[in-house]
Design a protein around this ligand. Structure first.
Ligand SMILES: Nc1ncnc2c1ncn2[C@@H]1O[C@H](COP(=O)(O)OP(=O)(O)OP(=O)(O)O)[C@@H](O)[C@H]1O
Ligand SMILES: [K+]
Ligand SMILES: [Mg+2]
Length: 679
C-alpha cells in the first residue's frame, strides 16, 4: 500500500502526544478498567495536592502528594501515547487512501446506449459505466465488456498494470484504480460508502476495530485482578487503624497502582493494533484482529488451484483429435463449442482456432442458445437452432454426459487426456451431438517459489491441501510441482466446504486461499479466508483477509504475525504481573517503616527513605510502559520452534526477568532521586 512502508514520522509522534491528552477523557478511559482505576487515583491525588488533609490528618506533605499526582498522570499519558502511536500509521495510510478516493466524473451508459456525465457519488448498484484509457474507475464493479490493462498502484502500491477482462475470475475492478490502456464497460457492484476503498480506509484507520475474544478474556482477567487488589488495599485501612498505624491516602493509591497490572493494561490495545498494522504492511487487508489471531493458530491450509497456485490464465495450446477425426474437424469443433463462451479460457480457444484458419459464421450460430460454464456442471457450449448440442468440459463430466445421451466414449479419449493431465494441463473434451471429437489442452503456469514456502509452512506444522475442480491427474502433477501435502480433485464448491468442515470437526483451525466466485462459500466457512486481490468481488467479500499482491504464500507471513501477536501479548502479560510482585516488596516495607520507623530492618533494598522507595517504585511503574512500546509495536521475535519450548523460553525470559528488572530499576531510580536531593 502506498504509505505503508513509511516508518514513524515526527508528525505521527507529535500527533500521538496530542492524542495521549485527548484520551484522558474518562468516557474513553473506562473501556480500559486497569487504567481507569489509575485515573481515579490521579484525580484523588490532584485534590490531595491542594488539600493534603482532605480525608484525614496526614503526615504527607504537599510536595509528596504533588509528586505522586504527577507520576500517575504520566503513567496515564504513557499508556495513551502507546495506543495513539500504534493507531498513527493506520491514520496516515487512511489519509493517503482518502486522497485516492476523491470524487471523479463517470460516464453512465443510459438505456438508449448514450453516455451521460455524472459524479461518481451518484452511481448505484446495477448502473453501467464506460471507462476509457487514462480515466479513473469511479467505483467497484465487474467488467461486462472489454479487456483492459489496469493500473492498481493507488491501492496495491504495485506499479505493473494488471489485465482485467469480462467473464471468469479476473473481471472485478476497484474504484480508484486507473485504466492504463483500452476501454471497458463496467457494471457497478456497490452503493456509495460501501466500496472496497471505503472499507479499506475504515480498516487501516481502525474505525471498526473490535476487541478479539482473546483480548476480551485478558481484559476481563486484568479487571478482576484490579478489583482484588482494590479490595486488599481497602481492607488495609481498618487493619492499620486497629494497629494504630497511620497510612496516608497517596501512599495507598501508589501501592494500588503498583500492584495492578498497569504495564499490560497500558500496552494491550497497542499490541493488537500494531499486529493488524504489521499485516497491512505486508499488503494484506485483515477485516478483523480475530482473523489475524486465528492465523497464528492455523493447522491446515486449503488452496484453490487455478488463479491461486497457478497464475490462472489458462490458454488453449493444442486441439488433440481422437482416432477417426481429422485435425481440422477437431479444431472447428473446439471453435464451435467456444464461440459463446465468454470466459478467458473460451476466448483463448476461439483465438487459437481462428489463427489456425477455421471460421464459424455468426449467421450460423447467432440465434443459438448459449450454455454458460458453471463450476457445478463443469461444462459449457451452445444449442444450435436445429437443436444440435455442442459442448466442451471436464473429461469426466463429458463422459457422463455423452453416455447419458446414448453416445459412445472413444477408446483413445483417456489416453489423450491423461497425456495432457500428466503434463499439468487441463484437458477439455469437445462434443457435437453425441459424438466426442477430441480434447483441448489448456495450459497454465505454477507461480514460482511455492515449494520453499510450503516447506516452511510444513516446518511450522501446517498441512497444505490443494482443492481443484480439475481432474485427479492434472491435480497430482500440479500438487507435486507446487509441493503441497495433499490434494482433492474434481471438487465442486460444496466439496471445498466439506474438506474445511471435516478438518474443523477434527478440532483444527483452517485457512483457505482462493480467488474464484466458486471459492466464496469456502472462504466464508474457513477460520481464515484469504482472497486474492486479482479474484472476484464475491471471493473478496466472503473472505476475512485480502492479499493485494495475490500471492498464496502470503499466508505464511500472516501466520507468523498472528503467532507473534499472541506471543507478544503473553510475554508482556507475564512480565507485567512478575513486575508487580517485585514492586510489592519495595513498597510494603516502606509503608510500614513510614508508620513504625523501628522496622528499619525491613528495608532490604537499602532505599534512601520510605517515601523515596514508594516514589521510585511508582516512577519505575510509569516509565516501563514507554520502554516497552518498541516491543509492543514490533512484537516479540517469533522463531519457528515447538510451542512447548517457546513457552518455557518466554516464561523464563519474561517471568524471571520481570521479577529481577524492577529491583534493579527501582534501586537506580532511588539513587538518582538521592543524587538530585529529592529524597
Ligand atoms: N470455460 C469452460 N468451459 C468448459 N469447461 C470448463 C471451462 N472452464 C473450466 N472448465 C472445466 O471445469 C473445471 C472446473 O473449473 P473451475 O474453474 O471451476 O475450477 P475450480 O473449481 O475453481 O478449481 P481450480 O480453480 O482450483 O482449478 C475445470 O477443471 C475444467 O475441466
Ligand atoms: K502496576
Ligand atoms: Mg478457481
Amino acid at each position: 500500500m502506498a504509505a505503508s512502508k513509511k516508518s514513524l514520522s515526527k508528525d505521527m509522534v507529535l500527533q500521538a502526544i496530542a492524542d495521549a491528552f485527548k484520551k484522558l477523557n474518562p468516557a474513553v478511559m473506562i473501556k480500559n478498567p486497569v487504567m481507569f482505576v489509575v485515573e481515579v487515583g490521579t484525580l484523588i491525588t490532584l485534590l490531595l495536592s491542594f488539600q493534603p488533609d482532605l480525608f484525614a490528618a496526614s503526615s504527607a506533605g504537599r510536595g509528596y502528594n504533588i509528586a505522586v499526582f504527577l507520576i500517575l498522570l504520566f503513567t496515564l499519558l504513557f499508556a495513551n501515547f502507546a495506543e495513539a502511536l500504534a493507531e498513527g500509521r493506520g491514520k496516515a495510510q487512511a489519509d493517503t487512501l482518502r486522497k485516492t478516493k476523491s470524487e471523479t466524473m463517470a460516464k453512465l451508459v443510459q438505456k438508449d446506449g448514450s453516455l451521460k456525465q455524472v459524479s461518481s457519488t451518484q452511481l448505484r448498484k446495477g448502473d453501467i459505466v464506460r471507462v476509457d484509457t487514462g480515466e479513473i474507475i469511479p467505483t467497484d464493479g465487474e467488467i461486462i465488456q472489454g479487456l483492459a490493462s489496469i493500473d492498481e498502484s493507488a491501492i496495491t502500491g504495485e506499479s505493473a498494470p494488471v489485465i482485467k477482462e469480462a467473464g471468469g475470475d479476473f473481471s472485478s475492478v476497484t474504484g480508484g484504480t486507473r485504466v492504463a490502456s483500452d476501454f471497458i464497460i463496467v457494471k457497478v457492484m456497490t452503493d456509495p460508502g460501501e466500496s472496497f476503498l471505503d472499507r479499506m480506509i475504515s480498516l487501516v484507520e481502525g474505525a471498526k476495530r473490535q476487541k478479539t475474544p482473546n483480548e476480551i478474556a485478558l481484559t476481563t482477567l486484568l479487571a478482576v485482578l484490579t478489583m482484588i487488589f482494590l479490595v486488599v488495599i481497602l481492607t488495609m485501612v481498618p487493619m492499620a487503624d486497629y494497629l494504630d498505624v497511620k497510612l496516608d491516602v497517596a501512599t495507598l493509591i501508589a501501592l494500588l497502582v503498583c500492584l495492578i497490572p498497569t504495564t499490560i493494561g497500558g500496552l494491550l490495545s497497542a499490541i493488537g493494533i500494531a499486529g493488524m498494522d504489521r499485516v497491512t504492511q505486508f499488503n494484506v487487508l485483515a477485516m478483523s484482529g480475530k482473523a489475524v489471531e486465528a492465523a497464528g493458530d492455523i493447522d491446515t491450509l486449503i488452496l484453490d488451484k487455478t488463479g491461486t497456485i497457478t497464475y490462472g490464465n489458462r490458454m488453449a495450446s493444442e486441439f488433440a483429435p481422437v482416432k477417426g477425426v481429422s485435425q481440422n474437424e477437431m479444431t472447428l469443433a473446439a471453435l464451435k463449442a467456444s464461440v459463446k463462451d465468454e470466459t478467458p479460457e473460451g476466448r483463448s480457444i476461439v483465438e487459437m482456432a481462428t489463427k489456425l484458419g477455421e471460421t464459424f459464421a455468426e449467421s450460423e450460430y447467432g440465434s443459438a442458445e448459449p450454455i454458460e460454464f458453471t463450476a457445478e456442471t463443469r461444462m459449457s457450449g451452445l444449442d444450435m437452432p436445429d437443436g444440435t448440442p455442442i459442448r466442451k468440459g471436464a473429461v469426466d463430466a463429458m463422459k457422463k454426459y455423452i453416455s447419458a445421451k446414448g453416445g459412445s466414449v472413444p477408446a483413445d479419449l483417456d489416453e489423450i487426456s491423461n497425456r495432457i493431465a500428466k503434463a499439468g494441463g487441463t484437458p477439455l473434451a469437445v462434443s457435437i451431438g453425441d459424438r466426442i471429437y477430441g480434447v483441448i489442452y489448456l495450459k497454465d503456469t505454477v507461480k514460482p517459489g511455492l515449494k520453499e514456502r510450503f516447506a516452511e509452512l510444513r516446518s511450522m506444522g501446517i498441512k497444505t491441501i490443494m482443492a481443484t475442480g480439475d481432474n485427479p491427474l492434472t491435480a497430482a502433477t500440479i500438487a507435486l510441482e507446487a509441493g503441497v501435502d495433499d490434494f482433492i480433485a474434481e471438487a465442486k464448491p460444496e466439496d471445498k466446504i466439506a474438506v474445511i468442515r471435516k478438518e474443523q470437526q477434527e478440532g483444527k483451525l483452517v485457512a483457505m486461499t482462493g480467488d474464484g466466485t466458486n471459492d466464496a462459500p469456502a472462504l466464508a466457512q474457513a477460520d481464515v479466508g484469504l482472497a486474492m486481490n486479482s479474484g472476484t468481488m464475491a471471493a473478496k467479500e466472503a473472505a476475512n483477509m485480502i492479499d493485494l499482491d495475490s500471492d498464496p504464500t502470503k499466508l505464511l507471513s500472516v501466520v507468523s504475525i498472528g503467532k507473534q501477536l499472541l506471543i507478544t501479548r503473553g510475554a508482556l502479560t507475564t512480565f507485567s504481573i512478575a513486575n508487580d510482585i517485585a514492586k510489592y516488596f519495595a513498597i510494603i516495607p516502606a509503608m510500614f517503616i513510614l508508620a513504625m520507623p523501628q522496622l528499619q530492618s525491613l528495608n532490604i533494598m537499602d532505599l534512601a527513605s520510605p517515601q523515596s522507595a514508594i516514589l521510585s517504585a511508582l516512577i519505575f511503574n510509569a516509565i516501563i510502559i514507554p520502554l516497552l512500546i518498541p516491543i509492543a509495536m514490533r512484537g516479540v521475535k517469533y522463531r519457528a520452534m515447538s510451542a512447548d519450548r517457546l513457552l518455557t523460553r518466554n516464561v523464563l525470559l519474561y517471568g524471571i526477568g520481570g521479577v529481577i528488572v524492577p529491583f534493579i530499576g527501582i534501586k537506580i531510580i532511588d539513587l538518582i532521586l538521592q543524587g538530585l536531593h529529592l529524597a
